[in-house]
Design a protein around this ligand. Structure first.
Ligand code: ADP
Ligand code: MG
Length: 353
């Protein structure tokens, strides 16, 4: 608490897709074990290190257990602001890692083995809250940033833009966002599904269900440590135990992409440009934050809505896990290298939880 803590960065390499295999793409990314990964292609030969590397064979469960996600859930229950964000090129497996293959199977539910970090965290959260015997009040909010507008994915009706404000006590926050209470796994999973269906997606060359927005699902955890033996004269759940307020935020970033590769034009290229602009702002903040604290200059969080909303997770009092996702294919080499450099830089970023 209060000490500098590094961002935890893990890497996930997805398997080659059928299309990639069929057209004979070379696999250029190889896991070396112990958190090391090697990229070898024509003119490139580089090794990168992370807290953990999950290769094509890694199951969803292995990613949950090996990434430190379980500990993050526990820290959120203890009152910390925790964030996990998935980052990488379009089609690299961000949504798959966070939610599993939801979109492809709307008629039949996904197999439990394929559930992503989010559903696994919800289960863990609800189990912990039961076993600790403390009564936790849980609620969820779900937002997307689409073309630099913040929209509520849980409120009914057509999406409308919500104002993003700043206050001394709260930092950046979204005004009037809906927060829905839940007590069961079914309830929170159904909120996730409802919200995800309202999310802005478009089909393009690299991914049939490509997310065109950044989505942030936040679980708010309010705990009251109810004392078993209240002191005489002290009310039930008296002032002896201040209430803890933690949060757990899942960020599914829209993919970085180059407009010419995705065949985007018109409205799609407007989207792509605003996605790229906010990812660039995020990258810029991360580079500056990666410098030692004494040498840091002003961090331009205000450059985009995304960086404002992530300010606390990146440079403030949050605890953050970053899951960098890449494709192993030779065709994705330049985006893969850029994700790897970005992720390596993020490992030097520290916060003070
Ligand atoms: P992104 O959200 O980064 O754009 P997706 O998560 O939608 O990418 O993944 C793109 C495609 O690759 C999807 O069809 C998804 O099912 C598949 N995929 C991604 N990661 C894996 C994985 N680890 N194992 C199997 N299939 C995967
Ligand atoms: Mg996605």
């Amino acid at each position: 608490e209060g000490r500098e803590t590094r961002l935890r960065v893990v890497l996930r390499v997805r398997p080659l897709t059928c299309t990639e295999t069929r057209r004979g793409d070379q696999q250029v990314v190889h896991s070396l074990g112990d958190g090391a990964v090697h990229v070898s292609a024509a003119r490139h030969d580089a090794t990168f290190g992370f807290s953990a590397v999950f290769d094509a064979g890694a199951s969803q469960e292995a990613v949950f257990e090996g990434s430190g996600m379980r500990q993050l859930v526990e820290l959120a229950i203890d009152g910390f602001s925790c964030t996990v964000f998935a980052f990488g090129q379009t089609g690299s497996g961000k949504t798959y890692t966070l939610m599993g293959p939801l979109a492809q199977s709307e008629t039949q539910p996904a197999s439990p083995a394929l559930l992503g970090l989010m559903q696994r965290s919800f289960t863990c959260l609800l189990e912990q809250s039961r076993s600790r015997g403390s009564d936790l009040a849980l609620s969820a909010s779900y937002l997307e940033i689409y073309n630099e507008q913040v929209r509520d994915l849980l409120s009914p009706g057509p999406p409308c833009a919500l104002p993003l404000r700043w206050s001394k006590t709260r930092g950046f926050y979204v005004e009037n966002q809906l927060s829905v209470e839940f007590e069961s796994l079914e309830a929170i999973v159904s909120l996730l599904l409802q919200g995800s269906q309202r999310r802005r997606t478009s089909a393009h060359a690299l991914n049939r269900h490509s997310s065109r927005s950044h989505a942030l699902l936040t679980i708010h955890i309010r705990g009251r440590a109810v004392s078993a033996h209240p002191a005489p004269g002290e009310g039930w759940g008296g002032s002896a135990c201040p209430s803890k307020q933690g949060s757990l935020c899942f960020v599914d970033l829209a993919g970085s992409e180059r407009v010419k590769e995705t065949g985007s034009s018109g409205e799609l290229s407007v989207e792509a440009n605003s996605i790229n602009r906010s990812l660039l702002a995020l990258g810029h903040c991360i580079s500056l934050l990666a410098k030692p604290r004494g040498k840091r200059t002003h961090i331009p969080y205000r450059d985009s809505k995304l960086t404002r909303l992530l300010a606390r997770s990146l440079g403030g009092s949050g605890i953050t896990l970053m899951v960098a996702c890449i494709s192993p294919s030779s065709r994705c080499l330049s985006e893969t290298l850029s994700t790897l450099h970005y992720a390596s830089r993020a490992r030097r970023v520290t916060t003070r939880p």
